[in-house]
Design a protein. Structure first.
Length: 272
């Protein structure tokens, strides 16, 4: 249902022209607009909603796709007739994160049992869906799932996709202390597949690597923004670094001294 326009607490050089309660699911994490429709990933309402925004003054909720049990679809990316949606463990519904600060102040893989060999042990206990879902949105009000790339672990957090062959994700996999960088081959949208991965030394505990950073710091990829052949990733307390080569991601420059990026989301690269 669409309501009267709410009154903003503050407005300067902007004015509100439309409002929707998103079909009674007012929470949202990420929004993408394609084909005249907004696709909104939910944290607490689970799944994602579709709102017709062709008339921005009268946005109308027209669809909702529920998440699988114990799974969240908080982030998504849309380009032309494709919608990519994360599937991951609903972290904030987990007992481990009853105190939300634990999510931001620790290595998530350690907390949820993905790091080292623990991920191999608890697979039978998993009750969530982990991977990347691909939808055909040529009829945007009724997305049709056409592909899925499963991953072994907690799942995918963020996606970067602007069309073409390659998508890039941050993903928490078995054996790793936190989220790492992964390139996904989208040449066949019905069969997305991993094409390469990159992580910071010390994150792959399953291979015997040991972290060399303070226990109170969190080294893990929030997500990367891609410009040309370089992906700029914000690794939380580890700072900003860049990597690429889609099929075999490898570091080509790094700076752990970029403190301005600590605990922040990635920034868009500035033109030279």
């Amino acid at each position: 249902m669409t309501h009267e326009l709410p009154s903003p607490d503050h407005a300067r050089n902007m004015r509100l022209i439309g409002f929707s309660d998103q079909g009674g699911r007012p929470d949202g994490v990420q929004i993408m607009v394609a084909n005249g429709h907004a696709f909104i990933g939910h944290m607490f309402s689970k799944g994602f909603s579709i709102v017709d925004v062709r008339d921005p003054r009268r946005p109308q909720a027209v669809g909702y796709v529920p998440a699988p049990p114990n799974t969240w679809n908080i982030h998504l990316q849309a380009h032309e007739h494709l919608l990519l949606v994360v599937n991951a463990k609903d972290m904030f519904a987990a007992a481990e994160f009853a105190d939300e600060r634990a999510y931001y102040r620790s290595q998530v893989g350690d907390v949820v049992g993905m790091a080292g060999t623990k991920g191999q042990i608890n697979r039978a206990e998993r009750n969530w869906t982990a991977g990347l879902a691909v939808y055909d949105i040529s009829q945007p009000a009724v997305p049709r799932r056409i592909g899925f790339m499963p991953v072994e672990g907690a799942g995918i957090h963020r996606i970067w996709y602007v069309g073409g062959r390659w998508a890039y994700v941050s993903v928490l996999l078995d054996g790793f202390t936190d989220y790492i960088f992964m390139a996904v081959d989208m040449s066949d949208p019905a069969r997305p597949r991993e094409a390469g991965r990159y992580w910071l030394p010390g994150m792959n505990q399953a291979k015997g690597e040991q972290p060399d950073w303070p226990a109170t710091s969190r080294y893990g990829l929030h997500h990367a923004i891609v410009n040309g052949d370089t992906a700029y990733g914000a690794w939380r307390d580890a700072g900003l670094d860049g990597c690429c080569r889609p099929r075999q991601p490898e570091i080509d420059h790094a700076s752990k001294l970029v403190t301005a990026f600590r605990r922040r989301h990635p920034q868009l690269p500035a033109a030279a």
